[in-house]
Design a binder for this molecule. Sequence first.
Ligand SMILES: Cc1cc2nc3c(=O)[nH]c(=O)nc-3n(C[C@H](O)[C@H](O)[C@H](O)COP(=O)(O)OP(=O)(O)OC[C@H]3O[C@@H](n4cnc5c(N)ncnc54)[C@H](O)[C@@H]3O)c2cc1C
Length: 372
Amino acid sequence: MKREEAEVAVVGGGVIGASLAYGIVNRNPSVLLIDKENMELTASRGNFGLVWVQGKGFGMPHYADWSIEATEHWPEFASRLEEESGISLDYEKTGGLEICLGAQEFEERKNFLGQMQEQSKDGTNPCEMLSRSDLQSKLPDIVLGDEVSGASYCPHDGFVNPLALLKALHWGFQQKNGKYRHGHSVLNIQKNGCGFCIETDSCLFQVNKVVIASGLGTTKLSKMVSMHVPVRPERGQVLVTERTKRVFPFATGRLRQNADGSFMLGASNEDVGYNLETSPEVLSSIASHAIRIFPVLNNLQLIRSWASLRVLTPDQKPVYVESEECPGAFAVTSHSGVTLASLHSNHLPDWILDGKKPLDFDVFHSRRFDVP
Ligand SMILES: Cc1cc2nc3c(=O)[nH]c(=O)nc-3n(C[C@H](O)[C@H](O)[C@H](O)COP(=O)(O)OP(=O)(O)OC[C@H]3O[C@@H](n4cnc5c(N)ncnc54)[C@H](O)[C@@H]3O)c2cc1C
């Protein structure tokens, strides 16, 4: 059995683990990033790439502020990461739209954003409603479908190439002498005298601190160091069209145009356990919805589709927790791993390395799921 030591180990090389490892290695070079890497279509490889604020944080205003802060850090984060890795992220802060079909959807969206505004800390909300004609005037190169009634608009939203983001984080981490140990499925984590022993089938890693960012594996691994972090899978199916002229310069929750001109359409929300198959019915309803918004999309060939599993906590909001029984063990999970990458890499290293928590950070503790 091989043995290796380091100050910190991050277990999970998805976008959350890689953002954390990339941030930590800037402060302390003795970091291991351990991943089982079996090339599954994990959330980090199959997501929609939105850097998104709109509508986030309902019921937890601090999460809404946290998402806005993340988007404020994104431009600087993206350019530093691009410079260090030499990989273009195709990040664009375009502003985001939620396009409504019919009068009822428009009213519901307006009411929802009104409620978000009421519960916000300072009584404001960054979104505004756009009428159909205001929306069409923002889109001179593409014609709206007859059913489109308008949209909500948020200037903070944008998108990135999610695969490039993941690659750049890994590359940036390794360039700073971070050690990526792939092909290692973590079987056990045990508290011992001066830290933690992490066991895989071929290696024992001895570290002072361990951060569990293992996507759908987080619940099981967190339990080994006395943390309760419930997560469950939710399937999302995504479609990609052939490339065409760039005509749609915004992000939306269900439709966007990539830097290469292809449209990405998605993503469904399906409670089907760990099933990663795509289904013709769901893909066809995603495509029909997009065509109702922009009828011209009907002329494009669909070239790719996939399904991937979201990692959802019970309230779909992030969890950041340090074990009380085993201090030095942390768990991090979120359904906004792309959006929050800038903060995970900028702010969380201070918490993990020095115990310095961002303001009001305890709202994200997983004790909110404990049954009294
Ligand atoms: C369809 C879809 C669309 C999405 N759209 C967006 C979006 O637009 N914007 C956004 O911000 N977010 C989006 N998300 C969510 C985002 O993708 C996730 O928040 C993020 O990818 C979660 O990253 P993660 O690193 O926690 O998990 P994962 O990507 O699941 O990575 C976890 C890693 O841990 C490893 N691992 C697990 N168990 C072990 C073990 N025992 N030992 C070693 N390694 C282990 C796995 O191999 C994996 O590499 C979307 C998700 C989906 C599915």
